[in-house]
Design a binder for this molecule. Structure first.
Ligand code: ADP
Length: 490
């Protein structure tokens, strides 16, 4: 074997061990060599393709590319990292990055063409994934922007009513006989503000995985009737017929307030999206080992393109300033989360615009085991109806020390506690409370948590470390606007 033969073999070995397809062809595009990677990449063996045109692997709509490549090579130019697509023997397409250069003889004359093709399927897939992720991120960010606009709008309406009436009352613009109505408006609007804040907090609890269920035995017919009761007024106002079919089903275990929240949400959506004179049906039945709550309406229905997104937060079929219905687009996302926490499913169906909608909640008959330390009972803001007297236990003769840095809050607490018969003392800070405790022994302490200087947590710590046994044992209750669950447990 000559040195030249050995060089040729070495070169062939290198070419055949490459992951890139390395191919040569003549100036008419006829394949003259075809390495192992080319066999794998395009599915043709060297025997099958050598002697045939390279156009065999070029898809119909890209044949023009070969003309351009040949033209440039004849001019002595190369083509580098050209991204294109080729067709395998089985007809499938493979994305490649192509470099083509002229092969010259000793005199520099172009006598052939070499092509190196790299399979870029993985890179293209990664690029597509990145693009999808970017689009999703942009969508999420757009939805959040829209949500903020919706939120401020939804907050402003009840706030204006509360502020407006409060100012009117103060300036004497409301005649005495109209005061109860004015107060009712204030209460109703403040309740809907509470509802908005609750929903936003719920979503943030869901995002941070902090929703807890206060699990107990639940009688669903009762939960259902309560929910129906809370929307009845709104349905009557729109002359919507509310029809209930409640089968006796066995008890389920779950969080009654949360389940009521779910059903209330479905019902209030049904009322909201059903025009005057429509019908809503609520059905509770047992199907095999689970119970089903079905809320169906004859309302606006849901278009097929919106249906898949209906349980995503911030999603609303109508957006912008022209929308006819209020709402934050959070209710169904919260509902789904709660139902899934109960081991159930929630499903929406509609035959399209104008054809009404049906929401179906399935709950297993026996769900989760009760928590050892259930959270305090959470009263859904809408479950306390405006105008109902809030039951207060008689506190006759009980002495209470109230600590809060907010003068209005102090005033309100004094009002409430005294109306229940308590003897109330108020102070505006934690140090003042400690001073008071050095000389007096109230039966109970009620303290705000967030206060400048020394907060409520530190105040309680100090009291619990007091050298005086009586002070140490004073029962204390915290009062706070910090509604996060970690504050609650603290
Ligand atoms: P909100 O009612 O505050 O907008 P939801 O999460 O409860 O938020 O509902 C999201 C969206 O789903 C609504 O804005 C509405 O477009 C659609 N939707 C919900 N319930 C119904 C229904 N019963 N009929 C028609 N559309 C509905």
């Amino acid at each position: 074997m000559t040195d030249r033969d050995i060089d040729t073999l070495r070169l062939a070995a290198i070419i055949n061990s490459s992951d890139d397809a390395i191919v040569s062809k003549d100036l008419n595009g006829i394949v003259t060599s075809w390495n192992t990677a080319a066999e794998t990449m395009f599915g043709y063996t060297a025997d099958e393709i050598v002697g045939k045109s390279i156009r065999t692997i070029i898809p119909q709509d890209r044949q023009g590319e070969e003309d351009e490549v040949l033209r440039r090579i004849r001019l002595g130019q190369s083509v580098n990292h050209f991204e294109t697509v080729r067709q395998r023997k089985d007809g499938s397409l493979v994305p490649i990055s192509l470099s083509v250069s002229p092969i010259r003889d000793r005199t520099g004359k172009v006598i052939g063409i070499s092509k190196i093709a790299r399979d870029i399927t993985d890179r293209k897939r990664a690029e597509a994934q990145t693009e999808r992720a970017y689009e999703q991120m942009q969508m999420a960010s757009r939805l959040k922007d829209e949500f903020l606009a919706t939120l401020s709008h939804e907050l402003r309406t009840p706030l204006n009513a509360v502020l407006g009436y409060a100012r009117m009352l103060r300036s004497g613009a409301v005649s005495l006989d109209r005061v109860p109505q004015a107060l009712e408006v204030i209460e109703r609007n403040a309740t809907s503000l509470t509802q908005i804040v609750e929903d936003v907090l719920d979503v943030s609890r869901i995002v941070s995985g902090k929703v807890r269920l206060d699990v107990q035995t639940v009688d669903l017919p009762t939960v259902l009737s309560h929910s129906v009761e809370t929307v009845k007024h709104a349905a009557d106002a729109k002359q919507i017929k509310l029809h209930c079919v409640i089968d006796p089903v066995g008890p389920v275990s779950g969080d009654p307030d949360r389940l009521q929240q779910v059903i209330w949400n479905l019902l209030s959506n049904a009322v909201k999206f059903t025009p005057k004179g429509g019908r809503i049906q609520v059905r509770l039945e047992r199907v095999h080992s689970h119970v089903e709550v079905v809320v169906s309406d004859t309302g606006s229905g849901i278009t097929p393109d919106f249906l898949p997104y209906i349980f995503e937060r911030f999603r609303q079929a109508e957006g912008g300033t022209t929308r006819r219905h209020g709402g934050l687009g959070l209710g169904l996302a919260i509902a789904r989360h709660i139902v899934e926490m109960h081991g159930g499913t929630i499903h929406a169906a509609s035959d399209g615009e104008g054809s009404g909608s049906t929401f179906r909640v399935k709950l297993p008959l026996l769900i989760v085991h009760a928590q050892q330390h259930p959270e305090p009972h959470r009263v859904h803001p809408r479950s306390v109806r405006a105008g109902e007297p809030i039951p207060i236990l008689a506190l006759r003769g009980v002495s209470v020390l109230v600590v809060d840095d907010d003068v209005d809050a102090l005033l309100m607490l004094r009002e409430i506690l005294e109306s229940a018969g308590a003897v109330v003392q108020t102070v505006g800070s934690a140090p003042q409370a400690l001073e008071k405790l050095a000389i007096e022994r109230p039966d109970v302490l009620v303290s705000d948590l967030g206060m400048p200087g020394m907060d409520g947590f530190e105040l309680i710590d100090r009291i619990r470390q007091s050298p005086d046994q009586v002070v140490r044992d004073i029962p204390a209750a915290a009062l706070t606007a910090y509604a996060r669950s970690e504050d609650r447990s603290k």
